[in-house]
Design a protein around this ligand. Sequence first.
Ligand SMILES: Cc1ncc(COP(=O)(O)O)c(C=O)c1O
Length: 232
Amino acid sequence: MERLLNQQFDLLRPSATVAMADRILALKAAGRPIIGLQVGDPDFATPASVRETALRALEAGLTHYGPSQGTLDLRQAIAAKLLRDEGVGYDPATEILVTHGGIHAYHTALQAILNPGDEVLVPDPSWATHANMAVMLRGTVARVPAPAETGFLPALDAWAQAVTPRTRALVLNYPSNPTGAYPDPAYLEALQGLAEARGLWIVSDEVYGSLYYGERPGSAAAPPARRPARSW
Ligand SMILES: Cc1ncc(COP(=O)(O)O)c(C=O)c1O
């Protein structure tokens, strides 16, 4: 008898960058001199301080299960970083969770929010995983256009018009993969206002927050400096 798989796979858009990365790795292995620009993998070795810290941890026997939330000293360091950089205070004991990277964090966040059929708003274009993960969790995705004409950011009204009674979350990723665009603090404040007014979660992937030209990107976690002037 035929063995069935998760039918959500049929609804995914395959990742062109992953396909290209695999092809480039294969061509490099075959000796072709190729510079791959398709994934966010630096062309330099992991800095010595990071390697040495990892080696010291291995030598010290930190190779067993740790606390499920992540070790407390790491959570404290994350809380201190959020306070220093974003001016936002989170309790390392109860409000910070360490994951195995961005994809795991995003999966965990959506899994905590979505019931089957719930809707997630994702800018278009966006990194494929942001929509695909919602689909794998049996959510539905509405893509909010982020065209060049509006600086690769969705117009604020486009977000508001996309919200339906099934919408549960806005997914942000700034600076954006793939466009590099990021909004100013007033835009983020307006989105915070929309999310509050319509009972939505903001899921913000800020993995590229340190890669920018010009003004430092703000975080969607930063508290609004003032109440948004508009009503939704
Ligand atoms: C926007 C974005 N978030 C997350 C990730 C991946 O995160 P991680 O490798 O830490 O799971 C990537 C990698 O391409 C990415 O572009």
